[in-house]
Design a protein around this ligand. Structure first.
Ligand code: S3P
Length: 165
């Protein structure tokens, strides 16, 4: 069974928190590809980036997406960059996908100093801006629904998703 809903969006969109809320509300299991990678490798995401490189992380992530989409009947949160591989985007066809949209200011506030997020090392604000500019059209292209998260709590976002689906 494919997931009941997949959450996509940038770092700071609240994917993990909203996924937990939806799982509780619907009494469904929740899965997160970042957590799957950490559990499967026994390594932190930032260690994988630093020691093995981003390409290796993306290979692990593409495998995690394939496995989770094939076997997880619940709520699935994807890492922010998981939609960058065409092969992963293709697997989302026919699945309800919610893009949690977030603007620059709220994303920066939510990620703080970017701890544990290797792509944000250096200037968090300019890194997030570049990622939002590059990826927003891609999130929009895979999404069946778009939910704004700016200025809203995870509870408000989860409630809107429940109304939509
Ligand atoms: C990344 C997002 C992170 C994590 C990794 C790379 C990205 O996940 O997969 O640090 O490329 O946007 P979250 O979006 O859950 O923070």
């Amino acid at each position: 069974m494919p997931p009941r809903v997949v959450l996509v969006g940038p770092m700071g969109a609240g994917k993990t928190t909203v996924a937990e809320l939806l799982g509780r509300a619907w009494d469904l299991p929740v899965r997160d590809t970042d957590a799957d990678i950490v559990a499967g490798t026994g390594r932190e995401i930032s260690d994988i980036f630093v020691e093995s490189g981003e390409d290796h992380f993306r290979d692990l992530e593409a495998d995690a997406v394939t496995t989770a989409l094939a076997e997880h009947d619940g709520v699935l949160a994807l890492g922010g960059g998981a939609v960058m591989r065409a092969e992963s985007r293709e697997l989302l066809t026919g699945v309800p996908v919610v893009f949690l949209r977030v603007g620059l200011s709220d994303a920066v506030k939510r990620v703080g100093l970017g701890a544990g997020r290797p792509l944000l090392l250096g200037n968090v604000r300019s890194r997030i801006k570049a990622l939002l500019d590059e990826r927003t059209p891609i999130y929009e292209s895979v999404a069946t629904h778009v939910v704004d998260t700016d200025g809203r709590t995870p509870d408000e976002v989860a409630a809107e998703i429940q109304e939509l689906l």
